[in-house]
Write a protein that binds this ligand. Structure first.
Ligand code: GRG
Length: 289
């Protein structure tokens, strides 16, 4: 895991050069290079690897995924969104560079990511690149991340069009699971996976994404700023709709356990040390060893 994280970090630094006008590139690079867990690029690379693809072919797309993720974090922290002063243990992007530059840094990462896929994916076919870009645009936009964020904001204002249970799942299938799905789908496209395998990985990432969000909601209650690197207890204080507020801690843990067991079942046959490490880590933090 550490080895893949180091490869991703090196490539992120290499791909995003600081050129004129430096202020925007510095703002983009600031949150990008802070120590995130790099789960999405690692899961993308590992999917490709276990399906028989050389990870070097996948690195531009894996790094693009991290850029998209970081864009969503920068924008999520803005005062007009979740209004958070800290991210990855450091002041949020807008606290360092100002709101205008944080908006622009997010926009620039969102657009640089597909540029990177096109310019650097030398060992993929044109067909694979088009498929990847289709997935990227679909999942990053109003059919994915943005849909999740909009419904999240609406639900905070008390506007619920669907039941609380359906609303909560919709938000997190789109805000959180979507990028894990994008990660494994891109890995599978690079490996030319057959349809069944592609769908199995997609199912795995959907379940993993929901489990990850339940983990995030539970951690917001039981963890510390030092462990998470962001403000904690905000969800509870603001009366936000979360898996813990809706179902209570015990039921949330049970839902998490069911999803995690499904994840082990789906991914088990690949004997992936990295996927097992990722799932083990979440599981032991929430359910103990
Ligand atoms: C795509 C134009 C466009 C807008 C995005 C702001 C927004 C719309 C969506 C918010 C998405 C968001 C912040 C979801 C939260 C998902 C989540 C649990 C993030 C934390 O992920 P970790 O723990 O973070 O993997 P690190 O820092 O380790 O990478």
């Amino acid at each position: 895991m550490k080895e893949l994280i180091n490869i991703v970090n090196k490539k992120l630094d290499e791909y995003l050069e600081i050129v004129y006008p430096e202020d925007i590139f510095k703002a983009m690079k600031y949150t990008l290079m802070l120590p995130g867990k790099r789960l999405r690029p690692v899961m993308c690379l590992e999917t490709a690897r276990i399906l028989g693809c050389d990870i070097n072919k996948v690195l531009p797309s894996a790094c693009a995924l991290e850029m998209l993720h970081v864009q969503s974090l920068i924008h999520d922290d803005l005062p007009c969104m979740d209004n958070d002063d800290f991210r990855r243990g450091q002041p949020s992007n807008h606290k360092v560079f100002g709101e205008a530059n944080a908006v622009l840094a997010g926009d620039a990462l969102l657009t640089f990511a597909p540029q990177l896929i096109i310019e650097k994916s030398k060992d993929l076919t044109s067909e694979q690149i088009v498929k990847i870009l289709h997935e990227y645009t679909k999942f990053a936009g109003a059919y994915g991340l943005i849909a999740g964020q909009v419904v999240d904001i609406e639900s905070e204002g008390g506007k619920l069009v669907k039941s609380p249970e359906e609303t909560l799942d919709f938000i997190h299938l789109n805000k959180t699971a979507v990028l894990f799905r994008l990660a494994v789908r891109i890995g599978a496209i690079c490996a030319n996976a057959d349809e069944d395998t592609f769908n199995k990985f997609d199912e795995f990432a959907t379940k993993f994404g929901l489990a990850f969000q339940i983990y995030d909601d539970i951690m917001d209650e039981i963890s510390t700023f030092e462990e998470l690197g962001k403000s904690i207890g905000k969800d509870k204080a603001s009366g936000k709709l979360t898996y813990v507020s809706l179902y209570g801690l015990e039921t949330a843990k049970n839902k998490f356990k069911t999803l995690i067991n499904d994840c082990y079942d789906i991914i088990g046959k690949y004997n992936s040390k990295i996927f097992n490490q990722i799932i083990d880590k979440l599981q032991s933090r929430i359910l103990g060893d």
